[in-house]
Write a protein that binds this ligand. Structure first.
Ligand SMILES: [Zn+2]
Length: 321
């Protein structure tokens, strides 16, 4: 059985903060281990700055129904890699084919990161994401594989796993590829209605958790009205340049058929109309616009719609292109 005793050195070499958890070189499951790729998970535990790795103990020792170790490394709230095992772990089960990964024994083929966040009403932190991208890039380089060998558990699971939540895995792979190429990933920033200090709406906008297609914990809604009462999304745009603007809304037959999104560009406000009765629960591109540098309100959802149905304000994402 092969092991990956180089893991700690490769992570540190990539600038990833590492904590070695005990006898990681000899802690593993019996059986084959010949990794060709990296698999991302979330733990489903709620982490925080003061409780950054609530699932660490279970990842080391396992559960009554699944013996540990449960991953090669756990990624805590601050993006620190807790290295648990240099060998085979119980994280992937049997895998279905995904990208270049064939169907087979996932625990033989894949190195697993358990990223400690709950995935229901808690997203991966930026620190967790950046560290996981850097670690994945460095490990795939060591394995002689390209970024397509980075997968999410929901892509390989044969039992309906949903992790890692709130992550666009194609974007993850493109960020890993950019890291492997030595470049920096394109600047991107997401503002949800719950993002502190970056979302503004009047008290006329209610808060709802009704649709499971929501981004994050909840979203805002308001009746259409012929008045200016927009919900605003503030972004710290790093440079005057072209940005792809995307919006996420939960869709419902009772939502608004002609919702105006307003994008504040270098040449004035541009309005894009979308149908919030359809294509919910995913990023939808509103267009590519030139935005000025600076920290300011850049995108809005307007209540000033000619159509009936609730106007929804959930999440907005900018990506430099
Ligand atoms: Zn998983």
């Amino acid at each position: 059985m092969a092991t990956i005793p180089w893991l700690v050195d490769v992570l540190r070499g990539a600038g990833v903060q590492v904590v070695v958890e005990g006898d990681w070189l000899n802690r593993m499951r019996p059986g084959d281990f010949n990794p060709i790729g990296v698999l991302w998970h979330h733990t489903a535990a709620t982490s925080s700055a003061t409780n950054p790795h609530p699932a660490l103990n279970v990842c080391i020792n396992g559960r009554s129904d699944l013996p540990g170790p449960l991953c090669q490394a756990l990624v805590d709230y601050h993006g620190v890699f807790h290295v648990i095992s240099a060998g085979r772990c119980n994280h992937a089960g049997s895998a279905r084919a995904s990208g270049p990964i064939p169907a087979g024994d996932g625990n033989t083929m894949l190195i697993g990161w358990e990223i400690d966040y709950n995935g229901v009403n808690q997203e991966m932190t930026t620190a967790q994401y950046n560290a996981s991208v850097a670690a994945t890039a460095a490990v795939l380089k060591r394995l002689g594989r390209d970024a397509s060998y980075a997968r999410g558990h929901r892509e390989t699971s044969t039992t309906g796993k949903i992790d890692p939540s709130f992550i666009d895995l194609n974007k993850m792979r493109s960020d890993v590829a950019a890291k492997m190429a030595g470049g920096t990933p394109a600047w991107t920033s997401t503002v949800d209605n719950s993002t502190a200090g970056r979302f503004t709406a009047s008290a006329n906008w209610g808060t709802s958790t009704y649709s499971t297609q929501r981004y994050g914990a909840d979203y805002r809604f308001a009746d259409p009205v012929a008045a200016s009462d927009a919900a605003w999304y503030k972004f710290n745009v790093p440079a005057t340049a072209s940005y792809r603007v995307e919006a996420w809304w939960p869709a419902n037959a009772g939502y608004n058929a002609a919702t105006p999104y307003i994008v504040s560009t270098t040449t004035g406000n541009r309005t894009i109309i979308v149908d919030q009765r359809a294509t919910g629960g995913q990023w939808r591109t509103l267009g590519t616009f030139t935005l000025p540098a600076g920290d300011a309100n850049r995108v809005a959802v307007s209540r000033w719609s000619s159509a009936a149905g609730l106007v929804i304000a959930d999440a907005v994402r900018l990506t430099r292109v």
